[in-house]
Design a binder for this molecule. Structure first.
Ligand code: 1WB
Ligand code: MN
Length: 345
């Protein structure tokens, strides 16, 4: 295969200051569902069962060492970095605001020092919406970051709530796509997700983010912000597979005055205002369906490093049943367009 630019778009990263704060969360009385995973990663007891053997923390804190050498080995040109889940959203609003700014500064430094290898999504503290909007201005205008990351709910609240709309207004004004990444389901959603490992990537994450996406569409967010772009991971968190039913049943519920009246249909919002990545779903049929159903412009490649290994994600996309034109779009063209990454000459 001829050399093709490869930009991976959901690549997790962290800084020691955020890791230290998450270790405090692991030892706090919080009942948030994220605590299970946060404990395993940031407060791992040596030798105990859990994720410590996979050394996720080492992978998150590293850029120059294992990450870049694997990228070189596999021909991955660029990681679009984002502060890993749950980001700053479990901290109090002041700590969250400060740590988001610090993480953005560090991220910008990495991107500016390695402009062909790293791009980045800026963090913000949703629970302080006005300060978040200012940080979005700073991150996009001064730091020249490539878009935004949020880890789904903040203290159980979602972006259909107008309290968060200063954030959406700033994002839309900068054409900054907001990547809604998973975290543990909110306290009112978590009940049956607490057992059998269902709290995180196996199931709960998709339920949480899929719910967030549908709340935004059905809540009329895109009537207020028609040009807002949202990105979700994991092959669209099941929304593409359900879209016919979401669309049909929302339209029926609108007719019966059980749902909010919206200017466009759910399917139109999903096609016009959302894009989604392949992160953590290396499945030929799911990819083919996603492209055929939602359009090739709406699907981007991602690895989900370090939670997913790099090599299988590259091997899969190299051989996935798509045309070469589609492979270009998946591997880099859509990422360049959505995340303002300069195309190669
Ligand atoms: C896992 C996956 C853990 C993701 C994460 O922690 C994130 C996991 C924040 O596989 O356990 C992810 O981004 O998909
Ligand atoms: Mn991820």
């Amino acid at each position: 295969m001829a050399k093709m630019r490869k930009i991976a778009t959901e690549e997790a990263w962290s800084i020691p200051e955020v890791a230290a704060e998450l270790k405090k969360v692991a030892n706090s009385p919080t009942q948030a569902l994220d605590k299970l995973l946060v404990k395993g990663i940031y407060d791992a007891q040596p030798g105990a069962d859990g994720y410590d053997a996979m050394d996720f923390l080492g992978g998150l804190l590293d850029v120059q060492d294992k990450r870049l050498s694997q990228m070189d080995e596999l021909g991955v040109d660029m990681h679009l970095l984002s502060l890993t889940a749950p980001g700053v959203q479990m901290f109090d609003a002041d700590t969250a605001t400060d740590l988001a700014a610090l993480a953005n500064d560090r991220m910008a430094e990495i991107c500016h020092n390695n402009p062909t290898r790293f791009a980045g999504l800026a963090s913000f503290a949703p629970h302080s919406p006005k300060r978040a909007a200012k940080e979005i201005d700073r991150a996009m205008s001064e730091l020249k970051l490539n878009g935004l990351i949020v880890n789904s709910h903040t203290y159980g609240e979602y972006f259909d709530d107008p309290k968060f709309w200063p954030i959406l207004e700033a994002a839309e004004a900068h054409d900054a796509c907001i990547y809604i990444h998973p975290r543990g389901a909110s306290d009112t959603l978590k009940g049956p997700l607490q057992d059998y490992g269902m709290d995180s990537a196996m199931w709960g994450y998709g339920v949480e983010v899929g719910t967030h996406a549908v709340r935004m569409m059905a809540g009329g967010v895109f009537d207020a912000f028609p040009n807002l772009k949202i990105c979700i991971g994991h092959m669209g968190e099941a929304v593409p597979f359900w879209i016919w039913r979401i669309n049909f049943m929302n339209s029926r519920a609108q007719s019966a005055n059980r749902a909010k009246k919206t200017e466009r249909s759910m399917e139109e919002y999903f096609k016009d205002n959302f894009v989604f990545t392949t992160s953590g779903v290396e499945d030929d049929l799911a990819l083919r369906y996603s492209i055929d159903r939602m359009g090739i412009d709406n699907v981007l490649w991602a690895i989900d490093y370090p939670y997913q290994p790099m090599k299988p994600a590259v091997d899969w996309m190299d051989q996935a049943p798509v045309t070469e034109e589609e492979r270009h779009a998946l591997y880099h063209g859509n990422a360049e367009r959505i995340f303002h990454i300069k195309p190669l000459d």
